[in-house]
Design a binder for this molecule. Structure first.
Ligand code: 6PG
Length: 245
């Protein structure tokens, strides 16, 4: 494996063990951020892999160990669908976590996927700026990411010009039909986070995990370009996804 000293790679038996470890990480990072700054801001991804993490966070023993009044939930990206739609990343987190944990409504900062992507991106960018003010640069305490088989992460896809974005924190991502458009955080925001945690599971991810973690040309993949400047980067992978490294 490519031994990057700034990256911690942990391999777990299965998605259950991986998700429990991620829930423990969420608990410990929330405690230390709340102790030092009085709040904890986390940006969550969609996809199938983190669902179990969100359901663990909404249940014992994790739920009661988090001071939800001081936790702010943001999204890494969103599909441009209504918040009640089955593909909505807001709905995923709402079903598994928000309905169960006592998180004040004003602490839930969703992306308005039901709006035109450019408007939704501008509105979310404004929300980030007012939340993180006076800094114009959002710094999340924790960002949860996944990786697609093509190496995408968030809604940043291989070959996209959006990978060059330097000024905006949020961008609309226009997709070819039948894919739905999306809204996504950009690389500069992901790379400013204090902690970035990738969750990757399953056999079908073994090749991309090898490409990003063990090969030399990781920068060719959006997931490989997430390398926080001052923050900590962790990859939690299950055995199936780690089978080629
Ligand atoms: C999404 C995510 C996307 C996801 C990867 C991995 O909303 O789909 O933003 O980047 O994390 O596609 O998804 P899986 O966990 O489903 O493999």
């Amino acid at each position: 494996m490519n031994n990057d000293p700034h990256r911690q790679v942990s391999i777990f038996q299965d998605i259950d063990a991986l998700s429990r470890a991620a829930a423990e990480r969420f608990v410990s990072l929330s405690k230390s951020a709340i102790r030092s700054r009085g709040m904890f801001a986390a940006a969550l991804s969609g996809g199938s892999t983190p669902r179990r993490l969100y359901s663990f966070l909404g249940a014992s023993p994790y739920c009661e160990n988090i001071d939800w009044k001081r936790v702010h939930i943001f999204w890494v990206d969103e599909r441009c669908v209504a918040p009640s739609h089955g593909d909505s990343n807001y709905k995923l987190v709402a079903d598994e976590l928000l309905l169960k944990a006592a998180i004040p409504e004003e602490n839930i900062h969703r992306i308005h996927g039901e709006e035109e992507p450019g408007l939704a991106a501008a509105r979310y960018e404004e929300e980030l700026h007012s939340f993180f003010a006076p800094s114009r640069n959002p710094v999340f305490d924790l960002v949860i990411l996944g990786a697609g088989v093509d190496g995408h992460t968030a809604s940043l896809f291989p070959g996209s010009a959006l990978l060059q974005e330097r000024t905006r924190a949020v961008v609309p991502v226009y997709r070819e039909k039948p894919e739905v458009n999306r809204v996504s955080l950009t690389l500069p925001v992901l790379n400013r986070a204090a902690n970035v945690l990738f969750l990757v599971s399953g056999n079908d991810k073994a090749d991309i995990v090898y490409e990003v973690l063990a090969n030399e040309n990781q920068k060719q993949y959006p997931a490989g370009r997430v390398q926080p400047t001052d923050g900590e980067l962790s990859w939690f992978i299950d055995k199936a996804a780690a089978s080629k490294i």
